[in-house]
Write a protein that binds this ligand. Structure first.
Ligand code: SF4
Ligand code: SF4
Length: 111
């Protein structure tokens, strides 16, 4: 009996489409509400530093004098805290993740 069940399973897998996707050849579809990477509209930023102070992983560095905002993508855990605290609503969590990288890098923005 078990052999019959197994044979049925093997046959159905042989003739059905794979459940995996051919990434990166087929682009992944993200769900609404997926917490991906943090994006900034730098022109709206007032460099108040609230996002930096609220970030639990110290991923964000704000430099008021240079009007700079940077994020260490490897530190960010997509918790959304910076997005919620921003008074200018210039931060948003994208539904896509940051690109993979062999090296640690920061995304730097200037107004
Ligand atoms: S909280 Fe918003 S306005 Fe303030 S520094 Fe961060 S991104 Fe800019
Ligand atoms: S989403 Fe969370 S971990 Fe990522 S930068 Fe914002 S506060 Fe920091």
């Amino acid at each position: 009996m078990k052999l019959l069940v197994m044979a049925k399973s093997v046959l159905s897998n042989l003739f059905s489409r794979p459940v995996t996707e051919r990434y990166p050849f087929v682009e992944k579809k993200y769900f609404v509400g997926t917490r991906g990477k943090v994006l900034i509209e730098i022109d709206k930023c007032i460099f108040c530093g609230l996002c930096q102070r609220k970030c639990p992983t110290a991923a964000i560095v704000v430099t008021k004098e240079q009007k700079g905002w940077e994020i260490d993508r490897l530190r960010c855990v997509s918790c959304n805290a910076c997005v919620e605290i921003c008074p200018k609503k210039c931060l948003v969590l994208d539904t896509k993740y940051a690109a993979c990288s062999e090296k640690r890098y920061k995304d730097v923005f200037h107004a």
